[in-house]
Design a protein around this ligand. Structure first.
Ligand code: SF4
Ligand code: SF4
Length: 313
């Protein structure tokens, strides 16, 4: 297999996505990097601020070399949001190394590498749509890679920014999405289809509610009044009705867990609006307008289903 390199930058983030990646199990990041799964073997993580052995100028040299083409083909991954450096005055918001005493910002490296990358992947709520750093009042002008590069931006492979949202995303969403993109770069599979927010459809097609093991209680109108009860937690703030996410169905680590599955209200962390309205306030039920719209959509869906079943008889 021709080697494919990964350059993982980190901006305004907490490294939670990286920690989540280390918990991946289907497949695990170890299986990918050690080449056990042949079609996705020969993947080299050449730059990652948290786990690479290089540091200081040696580390920054990797980015300089990537700029000159040494690591082609490479996949550019961003974790963390991108600040608006124009609002930083005489200072800066986010630096990634320096050159003879000159500060090099995250934005510098994104702009230097984006046009050379085979695919650009934004990992986590912050890198995709801005996440926690862009929550109101957003003092650093934080935004996601999608907004930074623009809706019409395309990678060398002709793809827009691929978004794997979540705060953090499950490690499996990261390994599965990167794996699918590596197969596409190698011509072994088609390019994964993306939804209207650039999320891979094979993961984010359904609402969390549609995967939730508590949905039966929701249909019967049986709700938990306090944490620890087994019923639907919409009254405790669950936003699974308006958040596209596979977690309650696929589980979190090794198939276990997944927010509402365990009784934790969904916070809507895969949605572009996170952490602002309508997914917040987190521990209050979705507002009346959102709930009414959702219920009407579901009634229409139910009527369509009943009509289709009637026609089959
Ligand atoms: S807990 Fe949330 S996702 Fe699960 S059934 Fe209730 S509203 Fe839907
Ligand atoms: S269930 Fe909700 S809070 Fe949990 S990961 Fe999915 S979108 Fe985020």
């Amino acid at each position: 297999m021709e080697p494919i390199n990964i350059i993982w930058l980190e901006g305004q983030g907490c490294t939670g996505c990286t920690i989540s990646l280390t918990n991946s199990s289907k497949p695990s990041v170890t299986d990918i990097l050690t080449g056990i799964i042949e079609p996705v073997s020969s993947i080299n993580l050449v730059f990652h601020p948290a786990v690479m052995p290089s540091w200081g100028d040696q580390a920054i040299q990797i980015l300089r070399d990537a700029e000159k083409g040494k690591y082609d083909p490479f996949v550019l991954v961003l974790e963390g949001a991108v600040p608006d450096e124009k609002t930083a005055g005489s200072g800066f918001w986010c630096m990634v190394g320096e050159d003879n005493g000159k500060i090099l910002t995250l934005n510098h490296w994104i702009d230097a590498l984006a046009d050379k990358t085979a695919v650009a992947v934004a990992v986590g709520a912050c890198a995709t749509y801005g996440g926690v750093p862009h929550g109101k009042p957003n003092p650093t002008g934080a935004h996601g890679l999608l907004e930074h590069l623009g809706e019409n931006w395309k990678s060398q492979l002709g793809l827009p920014v691929v978004c794997i949202p979540g705060c953090p995303p499950s490690g499996d969403w990261i390994t599965q999405s990167l794996g699918a993109l590596v197969l596409a770069v190698r011509g072994l599979a088609s390019i994964p289809e993306l939804d209207e927010h650039n999320r891979p459809k094979f993961l984010f097609e359904k609402y969390a509610h549609d995967n939730c093991p508590r949905a039966g209680y929701y249909s019967k109108g049986v709700f938990s009044d306090t944490f620890g009860e087994e019923h639907c937690v919409v009254g405790l703030g669950c936003k699974g009705l308006i958040s596209k996410c596979p977690a309650p169905g696929s589980g979190w680590i090794n198939g276990n867990g997944g927010c509402p599955t365990l009784g934790a209200p969904c916070l809507g962390c895969t949605e572009p609006s996170f952490p602002d309205e309508p997914v917040s306030p987190f521990l209050k039920p979705p507002d009346g307008v959102v709930m009414t719209k959702t219920i009407i959509q579901r009634i229409i869906g139910g009527l369509r289903q009943a009509y289709a079943l009637q026609k089959r008889r």
